[in-house]
Design a protein around this ligand. Structure first.
Ligand SMILES: *[C@@H]1O[C@H](CO)[C@@H](O)[C@H](O)[C@H]1NC(C)=O
Ligand SMILES: *[C@@H]1O[C@H](CO)[C@@H](O)[C@H](O)[C@H]1NC(C)=O
Ligand SMILES: *[C@@H]1O[C@H](CO)[C@@H](O)[C@H](O)[C@H]1NC(C)=O
Length: 386
């Protein structure tokens, strides 16, 4: 049975093959793949250049603008990125922790070939940073935060099970820098670099930002780690301040705060508000810097809220919540009224008592004065006697 199946299969494939070869011989148009296809690393920590030359024997298609279909991906990733271009190079960012593979073929558009699009065979290329050092020497837990869209700070931990001294170094690059630049200001613990304070990064938003942390030690090779992100996606704003809570009437409360100081535009914020009415707490968000909240009960004794901020989806794909602001509260004034009710008479009484005492004292003083004066007179009389 198996043999029969195989025979049938062979027969069909033969049929298909002949059919195809007859089609291609009918069309008789063939084009070569691009030449010298290669992946070039200019040292930008992941930003690679895919380059090629036109195919051989193009003179037949002088009237045509030929195109190239380029496909590329990081090895292990699911999808190919596809680009159609007339140029002889294409640049994009790759994760250099992994290998890169790419393929390209020539396309002849239909108007050059009397009807059907013709494709060449694929040219292929791969690129792999030769892996140095063991996996354990790589840094761990890389964490980068762009504080208030102003100060970039990255920190990491030394490789797992690293018991020898490694001097880690951080390099970064983005479109606009001439070359990969080393961190100018490391954060150190026991003489070991565990973080970097970046300088001011001019025109660095909405671009891929490439980082490589590699290192050296006397005895071991160190495996470099590569990172790509966009700065606007890792912004952690300052918390909002100057909170105010106004009780409009028995049903409604107005919450207001001022947006954090700094370069982040007002339209880029989203705020999260945690509002507490007596024992009930709930959370809500808004893109304005004020909000009206309906009270659950008009008899609530205490209303409190705090706010935190984040960059919203109109300005970034992602963001980090700020710390919470200080809390702002409102307490029902009943206790004050009660206090005033009790204090006012008390104050009046006290004042009255004080007044009376003063008067009394004054009077006493006057009496004493006359007595003294009299005594003095007596003394002066005695003086004259002596
Ligand atoms: C297209 O067809 C015409 C006429 O049938 C022929 O002269 C010409 O060579 C063909 N072009 C190509 C590119 O084969
Ligand atoms: C670390 O990477 C930078 C930038 O690619 C490179 O110039 C440097 O030589 C590397 N250092 C080590 C120790 O590999
Ligand atoms: C609170 O609301 C109730 C019913 O909604 C109303 O009868 C009452 O007068 C309100 N109290 C105050 C202090 O406004």
């Amino acid at each position: 049975m198996a043999f029969v199946h195989l025979d049938v299969l062979c027969f069909y494939s033969l049929l298909i093959c002949t059919a195809f070869s007859s089609v291609s011989s009918n069309a008789e148009i063939k084009v070569n793949p691009p030449q010298d296809f290669e992946i070039v690393d200019p040292g930008y920590l992941g930003y690679l250049s895919l380059q090629w030359q036109p195919p051989l024997f193009l003179d037949k298609f002088e009237e045509c603008t030929i195109e190239y279909e380029l496909k590329y991906r990081n090895i292990d990733s699911e999808d190919w990125k596809t680009i159609i271009t007339k140029n002889l190079h294409y640049n994009d960012g790759f994760d250099l922790n992994k290998g890169v593979e790419a393929k390209i073929h020539t396309l002849l558009p239909p108007h050059c070939t009397n009807g059907s699009e013709v494709q060449s065979l694929w040219s292929e290329a791969t690129y792999w940073k030769s892996p140095q050092g063991s996996q354990e020497t790589k840094i761990q837990e890389m964490d980068c935060v762009y504080y208030n869209w102003q100060y970039l700070l990255c920190s990491w931990k030394p490789g797992m099970g690293v018991h020898f001294h490694i001097s880690y170094q951080l390099f970064y690059w983005y479109d606009g820098l001439d070359h990969a630049t080393q961190c100018p200001d490391y954060i150190k613990v026991d003489g070991q670099n565990i973080g970097c304070r970046f300088p001011h990064l001019e025109a660095s938003d909405y671009k891929d930002f490439y980082i490589c942390v590699n290192g050296s030690s006397d005895s071991h090779s160190i495996r470099p780690s590569y990172f790509i992100f966009q700065l606007q996606n890792i912004v952690k704003p300052l918390p909002p301040d100057y909170l105010s809570l106004t009780v409009k009437n028995s049903e409604e409360v107005n919450l207001k705060w001022s947006m954090p100081q700094g370069p982040i535009p007002a339209k880029c914020f989203i705020y999260e508000i945690e509002f507490t009415e007596d024992d009930t707490t709930w959370v809500t968000t808004t893109v304005e810097n004020e909000i009206r909240i309906a009270r659950i009960s008009n008899e609530s004794q205490q209303l409190c809220f705090l706010v935190r901020s984040k960059v919203n989806i109109y300005c970034s794909d992602d963001g980090i919540w700020s710390e919470w602001s200080d809390e702002q509260c409102w307490k029902d004034d009943i206790w004050k009224e009660t206090l005033v009710f009790f204090l006012t008479p008390f104050a009046f009484v006290s004042l009255f008592v004080l007044l009376v005492t003063c008067l009394l004292l004054y009077k006493q003083k006057a009496v004493l004065k006359t007595i003294f004066q009299r005594k003095k007179e007596v003394f002066s009389h005695q003086d004259t006697f002596c």
